[in-house]
Design a protein around this ligand. Sequence first.
Ligand SMILES: NC(=O)c1ccc[n+]([C@@H]2O[C@H](COP(=O)([O-])OP(=O)(O)OC[C@H]3O[C@@H](n4cnc5c(N)ncnc54)[C@H](OP(=O)(O)O)[C@@H]3O)[C@@H](O)[C@H]2O)c1
Length: 254
Amino acid sequence: MQSLRDRVALIIGGNSGIGKATAFAFADAGAKVVIAARRRAEGEEVAEQLRARGAAAMFITLDVTVEQDIVAGVAATVAAYGRLDCAVNSAGVCEDFGPVTDVDGDAFDRMMAVNVRGTLLGMKHQLRQMVAQGGGGSIVNVASILSHVGTPTGSAYVATKHAVLGITRSAALGHARQNIRVNCVAPTAITGTPMVDSALAHFPAVMEPVIAAIPMGRPGRADEVGRAIAWLSSDDASFITGHSLALDGAQLSA
Ligand SMILES: NC(=O)c1ccc[n+]([C@@H]2O[C@H](COP(=O)([O-])OP(=O)(O)OC[C@H]3O[C@@H](n4cnc5c(N)ncnc54)[C@H](OP(=O)(O)O)[C@@H]3O)[C@@H](O)[C@H]2O)c1
C-alpha cells in the first residue's frame, strides 16, 4: 500500500469498533490522526495507544448531531496539524432492527440524526476545508451491505445506510474535478464491535442467520475494514471515487 505518511486524517467515531481499527491502520501507514466522538475516556485511551505506536495523534470530543461540534472538530484538526487530507465518517448507531410494523419513530429519528445527518454535515465541513486548502483529498463513509440490499427486518437502519450511499455518490460527483475522492465501505457483520455484539444480544434470530449466510463462512473483523479504509484513502486508490467497497465475504454476490 502507498504510504499515508504525514497525511492528516480526521476519523469521526474513532474511539470504538471500526473507527478505532481505522485509526490504527492510518497510524501504521504514517498518518497524523485525530479521532473524534462523544466518549472522552475511550477516545483518550485510543489516542494514547496510537502515540505509543509512534503516531502523532489526538482525541477531540464531538457529537455529530451538533453541527458546531463538527465545525470545531475540523478547525481543531487544522490547528493541530495544518490541514485535512483524509476524513472517515464512522459514527453510527443502530437502535431499532425490528420489523416495519414495530418501527419506533423516535429511534428512527435518532438513527437518521447520527447516521445520515451526521455523515452529511461531516462531509459538508470536511469538503469545505479540503476545497479551501486545495490539493485534493479523500473522504470514506462507513456504509453497510445494507446500503445495497434490504432485510426482512431492520428497515429503519437500512434506510439510513441506503442514504449514506446516496450522499457518498453525490459528493463524489460534486467534487471529482477537485480531486477530492468520496467513497464508502460496505461491511457485512463485523464481530467484536459493540454494535454487532449488541445486535446479537437483542436480535439473535435476525443476526445469527445473517452471519451463517456469509459465503466465506465467518463474519468480518474490524481490522479488515480499517485497512481497507486506509487503502481507499491512499494514492493506491487514486482513480476510485463514488465507489462502495464491499467487505462481505461475497455476501452481496449471492
Ligand atoms: N459492526 C458492524 O457489523 C457494522 C457493519 C456495517 C456497518 N457498520 C457501521 O460501522 C460504523 C461504526 O460502527 P461500529 O460497528 O464500529 O460500532 P461502534 O463501536 O458502536 O462505533 C460507533 C461509533 O460511533 C460513535 N458515535 C455514535 N454516536 C455519535 C455521535 N452522536 N457523535 C459522534 N460519534 C458518535 C461512537 O462513539 P461515542 O459513543 O463515544 O460517540 C463510536 O465511536 C457505523 O456507522 C455502523 O453503522 C457496522
